[in-house]
Design a protein. Structure first.
Length: 122
């Protein structure tokens, strides 16, 4: 019998018996909105694609929370911080922590920002 955290194969389809919910900090939601608005200045289609890919990337963390890369932080509340590049937008990075019962999205930053300083601004 599969544990709650492992995928199990049922009738030829892989299913996950228990996914952790995604919690987005308000600052992360604000980040996504600001990036989309900036991208929209050049192309509405690109901005919509960015929003879609960001959602896909974040939702994918529920399936594969360890698919990112560890990122060091000095703050105890950000212990276990990870990063994941936004699909098709490699200059944008999702910062998140896998908690016991949830995946917490901390920030979504764009390359060129001082990541260490910005991620700790909450």
């Amino acid at each position: 019998m599969a544990s709650d955290q492992e995928p199990c194969r049922v009738q030829g389809i892989w299913q996950v018996s228990s996914l952790k919910p995604i919690f987005r900090r308000p600052k992360a939601a604000e980040d996504v909105e600001q990036h989309a608005m900036y991208i929209a200045n050049g192309s509405i289609d690109a901005a919509l694609r960015f929003l879609e890919r960001t959602e896909q990337t974040i939702n994918g963390l529920a399936l594969f929370p360890a698919s990112g890369a560890p990122f060091p932080s000095r703050l105890p509340e950000l212990e276990g911080l990870w990063t994941k590049l936004v699909k098709d937008f490699p200059n944008h990075v999702v910062f998140y922590v896998e908690r016991e019962d949830t995946i917490e999205v901390i920030r979504v930053l764009r390359g060129g920002q001082n990541m260490s300083i910005e991620v700790e601004k909450n």
